[in-house]
Each structure stands twice: as structure tokens, then as C-alpha cells.
Write a new protein. Sequence first.
Length: 223
Amino acid sequence: MFDLFLTPNALPFSIALSVVAGLFLIEIISLLLGATVLGLGGEAPDFDVDADFDLSADIDVDMLDADPVGDLSAAPSGILTWIGARDVPFLIWLISFLTMFGLFGLLIQSASTTILGTPLFTILAVVIAFVPALAVTRVIANWVALIMPKTETSAMRTRFLGGHRGTITQGTARRGSPAEAKIKDRYGNMHYLRVEPLDDDGLFPQGSDVTLIRKRGDKFFVI
């Protein structure tokens, strides 16, 4: 098997396995230094500050009746889901694929040498090895996704509420005289904010439907 590893017909598979070995060596060194390159257990710093926002300059009023988050489900994630790369760090998926691709490729060339007396053409072996490698990688990725800790949250800060719609629940909103509005975010959570009309002559009595457009300091403005 080691002799086959060094033959030109097995070069793509040898390179794949060598890359995996190199990445694991880097990971071991990183762990000794207190870091990780595979993304397991690593978290980005949290700088979640309620920054001001202003949508009044570029918002299309004709589009306000559309669901502000309705297009998220149309994101091009079908292929990533199918190959199992959506729910795990990409580097973990890549290592799994390269490992399976290298092993399947060497097994195919070894079997061809035993049965036919010669290894397959490199391109043909690559094409044959690609299919089972991708299938097994998908299974491995789905398994890894099940055991990985979930750190997602449905909490949403007010800085992300621009463009969301709500209803005036208490009082009448005038400029300089805020009223309470109930805003529903993309996760279905309710936020109760004191809002004023964006326009100086705006007037929104209780029950009015409004859209959150601007946040300045502790003030929220709606149309």
C-alpha cells in the first residue's frame, strides 16, 4: 500500500491524505498553544452593542408590505445541506472529505492493481472515488453536527429591528410624545418600545400599524 501511495496514478489521493496529516499536525500544535483551527469550541468575541440605525435614507416605502425576513429561506443553501457542509465548520467537512477521498482512491487503485494488474487512469480513479467519498462525508458531517454543542440563540437586539413592523398598543404617537409599540422580530419575539412618528406631522393612534425606521439614542421612530 505504501508503494502505491508514491505512484503517479495515486498522486491526487496521496496529496489529499498529506493535506489531512498536515492539518492535524497544525491542530495539535495549536492546541498546545491554547487555540484551535478546526473550530470546535471556539467562539468569536461578542461585541453586541445597541448601535443606532437609520433606514429612512434608503428604504423603499413601496416594499414595506413585504415580509422583511421572508427571503431568508430562499438562501442558496440547498447544496451545502445536501453535502452535509451547512451545520458543521467547513474545515471539519473538508478534512472528512479529503480523508475519505484519499482512502477510497487508494483502495480503488489497489484493487485495480490486484485484479487488472495495473492501476486505473488517474482521472478515472478520481471520478470513481469522488462519489463514495462525498456520500460518506455527508454521513460523517451529519453525525458531527448532532454531537457539536449548539450555541445559537433566538434573542435579538434592538439594533436589528430596523424595518420590522408592529402595532401601537398604548397612547397616541406624536412627535415629541411617544407611545408604546409592540414590534415582532424574525423569531416571533415581542419587543415593547416607545416610538415617535418619523415625520413632524405624523400621528399614530392606538391600533395603528407602524414600521420601525430610525433609532437615535434611546428614541425610536416609525412610519
